[in-house]
Design a protein around this ligand. Structure first.
Ligand SMILES: NC(=O)c1ccc[n+]([C@@H]2O[C@H](COP(=O)([O-])OP(=O)(O)OC[C@H]3O[C@@H](n4cnc5c(N)ncnc54)[C@H](OP(=O)(O)O)[C@@H]3O)[C@@H](O)[C@H]2O)c1
Length: 262
């Protein structure tokens, strides 16, 4: 399949680890120029960039922090300064809040409203800020692909606090509206909603937990970051001719059950 990504400029936010790193590398293998952002792990970002260059791609790393939305404009500006524009946005960066994925033992009423504001500000408005920053350039070139990374939690819920899943479900509405508004300019926008995904960044889960979730999926296995990356690359490429406004769940998400965060 021809992804028509050679020399296209791709911005993968949150590309220093996990799904974002696998996605950035997958775009690099397609010959794209890949910009990836990190928040705290600049060294991890540089390692991903080196791996992209080792497979013949071109890469740059830049800082982006969803808790400071001015950094979104700056990151996009850095990419445009280097390469002249952005053809593909993968809005993958996530502000987990606290110490990581949502904790099932936290009661809804114990979550301060400030936490709601912070999670929705970073994960929903932060995604809108990324889209807003790249859209004018895509419109002027009459071509663009946007992939927003959500979570199965957006539709299935998860025991514990609600801000993470609520912010992610907002991405689905954003994509559906934006698909209508930007489609006339050749811009396709879709959401990928992974379920529990095995990544290099997640502390190892007990084998029994992995097995338990895997047996509830059609394929009897959980996705890894490369599985999600391949799906993202298809949606965010020339191989995607006219699919827009959709939420695509992967095999792990088909478990249709709350999982331990993410
Ligand atoms: N893993 C799963 O099971 C799973 C399931 C469903 C959905 N997802 C979604 O998939 C995406 C990637 O998840 P992942 O598990 O691969 O995550 P991850 O490995 O924890 O990586 C998160 C990325 O986001 C960056 N980041 C963290 N806080 C940030 C902030 N405040 N502002 C900007 N960037 C920030 C990190 O940068 P630094 O490391 O440099 O700080 C890193 O590059 C997320 O959108 C997540 O919601 C994941």
């Amino acid at each position: 399949m021809d992804t028509a990504l050679k020399d296209r400029v791709v911005l993968v936010t949150g590309g220093s680890t996990g799904i974002g790193a696998a996605t950035a590398l997958a775009y690099g293998r397609e010959g794209a120029r890949v910009a990836l952002t990190y928040r705290s792990k600049s060294r991890s970002g540089d390692e991903v960039a080196s791996r992209i260059e080792a497979v013949g791609g071109r890469a740059l790393t830049t800082h982006l922090d969803l808790e400071g939305l001015d950094t979104v404009e700056r990151a996009v500006g850095a990419v445009v300064d280097r390469w002249g524009g952005i053809d593909v946005l993968v809005a993958n960066a996530v502000h987990w809040g606290g110490d990581g994925p949502p904790h099932p033992d936290i009661r809804f009423e114990d979550v301060p409203l400030e936490e709601w504001q912070s999670m929705i500000g970073a994960n929903l408005i932060g995604a809108a800020a990324q889209v807003k920053a790249v859209l004018p350039g895509m419109r002027s070139r009459g071509w663009g692909r946007i992939v927003l990374i959500s979570s199965s939690v957006a539709e299935e819920g998860v025991p514990g606090p609600g801000p993470y899943g609520t912010a992610k479900s907002g991405l689905h509405g954003l994509a559906r509206s934006l698909a209508w508004e930007a489609g006339r300019d050749g811009i396709l926008v879709n959401v990928v909603a992974p379920g529990l995904t095995l990544t290099d960044s997640r502390p190892p889960l007990p084998a029994a937990v992995v097995h338990g979730f895997a047996t509830r999926t059609p394929t009897r296995r959980l996705s890894d970051a490369d599985d999600v990356a391949k799906l993202v690359v298809f949606l965010g490429s020339g191989a995607n001719g006219n699919l827009t406004g959709e939420v695509i769940r992967d095999g792990s998400a088909a478990a249709r059950a709350p999982h331990p965060g993410g």
